[in-house]
Design a protein around this ligand. Structure first.
Ligand SMILES: [Zn+2]
Length: 165
């Protein structure tokens, strides 16, 4: 099924039920999240690029989880909270803005609070801790993030988590 076809089906389904985009489906997250699980991921010099399907405009915007964000996730920390103090000190941890992340306890997966670059619709691709770890290893292996940085940030996150952060 093409994305366009799938998009139309989704849209007509919503219209029939008259529940709107933020109706039942998004309350428990299951229906909407199934779509996000089909996201394609690629490790790039910037981090883990996740291509998602925007349910509003049908585009396939890319959302990038930067390597430092993936390291925080590996340690079970919200990246923007974990690095907040460092960023406040003026340290350049992330290339982009510190995106807020959420955790889906049922699926045990993380998702960035991202928006479609085409239309601004919320897109929330789910990634697992295993995916984050694999992307960090791949980025390190390709020389896209230096081992010293991985070790430094890992220690920072480990210490923060140990203190209950
Ligand atoms: Zn969109």
């Amino acid at each position: 099924m093409s994305d366009e076809k799938r998009f139309k089906d989704y849209w007509s389904d919503i219209s029939e039920k008259q529940q709107g985009i933020f109706g039942e489906a998004s309350l428990d997250g299951t229906s909407a999240m199934n779509e996000y699980n089909q996201a394609k991921t690629t490790v790039t010099p910037d981090g883990l690029e996740i291509r998602v399907h925007c349910e509003n405009c049908g585009r396939q915007p890319a959302v990038t989880a930067e390597f430092p964000e993936l390291i925080a996730i590996k340690y079970g920390l919200q990246p923007h909270v974990a690095y907040g103090p460092l960023i406040a000190q003026g340290r350049k941890i992330l290339q982009g803005q510190a995106t807020a992340w959420g955790f889906d306890p049922a699926k045990k997966m993380w998702f960035p609070d991202a928006k479609c670059s085409g239309c601004g619709w919320p897109v929330r691709p789910l990634i697992s801790v295993g995916e984050a770890e694999a992307a960090i290893r791949a980025g390190q292996g390709s020389g896209w993030i230096p081992l010293a940085v991985v070790e430094q940030l890992s220690k920072y996150c480990f210490d923060l988590k140990s203190r209950g952060g």
